[in-house]
Design a binder for this molecule. Structure first.
Ligand SMILES: Cc1ncc(COP(=O)(O)O)c(C=O)c1O
Length: 301
């Protein structure tokens, strides 16, 4: 960021991007008629940043484009424009590790009406939050009915079911809700799911019933590249309950071990050996991102 930029947009504290302008987050404003606010009519992405570098940026931007297409929202920027916008937010927060949040909604027309507005410009919002490395401790989950719609592959801001399900888990003293649809596990309220069976990893295949997680894809790639068997199969409730290990994955939580399901221990109740191996592989992948000599070799797709 140049000195001129710094003067135009403040000294870099809590800057966000809102509808074409960079401002301190406390000064960002949207209309109460914004369709994101009134209808949850919008999509979003969460992108972790390590050592000032957005993690798997191309994959996140491709998923954003897909969410926009499926929601029939016009794409406000090209990938190159997104990349430079995100870089500016990252720089204004001093680089390092951060979590970027970006949201696009169907704008703020004068009238509240379910039907799409004519020619309305989308609202675009980007902010950065602190990113903390997840602790290597076992988490607890409860099993709940997946009450969501049938397009969970779209990363929409309409998250009321996910919010209710996560809160149900918290109130039961657990960390996450694991969702069941028609006797099969789909994913967590805000995470994807893996089980380990006889040393092999298993995760549900991509479908409209779950979010195609960027972290999930990386775990599958790391497993395949390092000789860990990994299958994409539907996981029944009975199979889930008898797994040797259970993991959750998400951009901000990375890969975390589940050691208790509905109050019953998973395996011996401690993070398992396959999880420790994946933790090593994941940490090595992140360390390569921080190494300027190795950056070029890392695929972002
Ligand atoms: C419902 C749901 N599934 C899965 C994930 C994990 O996706 P990613 O690894 O891209 O963060 C998330 C992330 O927030 C989520 O909300």
């Amino acid at each position: 960021m140049t000195e001129a930029d710094r003067q135009t947009i403040g000294d870099g504290e809590d800057l966000c991007f809102i509808n074409g302008a960079y401002r301190p987050l406390a000064e960002a404003r949207i209309s109460p008629l914004d369709r994101g606010f009134l209808f949850g009519d919008g999509v979003y992405e969460v992108i972790p940043v390590y050592s000032g570098r957005p993690f798997r940026l191309q994959a996140h931007l491709s998923r954003l484009r897909r969410s926009l297409d499926e929601a029939r929202l016009p794409s406000p920027y090209s990938d190159a424009e997104w990349a430079s916008l995100l870089t500016r937010i990252i720089d204004s927060h001093g680089g390092g590790d951060q979590s970027l949040y970006l949201q696009v909604t169907r704008g703020a027309p004068d009238l509240r009406d379910h039907a799409f507005p004519d020619g309305e410009r989308p609202t675009v919002f980007v902010m950065s939050s602190p990113l903390r490395a997840p602790e290597a401790r076992g988490r607890s989950v409860i099993l709940v009915d997946d009450i969501r719609w049938r397009r969970c592959d779209i990363k929409t801001v309409s998250l009321l079911p996910n919010v209710l399900l996560r809160q149900q888990a918290i109130e039961a003293g657990a960390d996450e809700a694991v969702l069941i649809r028609d006797g099969f596990i789909t994913e967590g309220a805000a995470s994807n799911l893996f089980v380990v069976e006889g040393g092999a990893l298993v995760t549900p295949p991509k479908s409209p019933l779950l979010l195609p997680g960027i972290t999930r894809d990386l775990v599958v790639e790391l497993a395949e590249a390092n000789g860990l068997e990994c299958r994409q199969e539907n996981i029944s409730l009975a199979r889930f309950r008898s797994a040797d290990e259970v993991w959750l994955s998400s951009s901000t939580k990375e890969v975390i071990p589940v050691t208790s399901v509905d109050g019953q221990p998973v395996g011996d109740g401690r993070p398992g050996p396959v999880w420790w191996r994946m933790r090593e592989l994941y940490d090595a992948f992140k360390a390569d991102l921080a190494d300027p000599g190795k950056r070029e070799a890392i695929s972002t797709s």
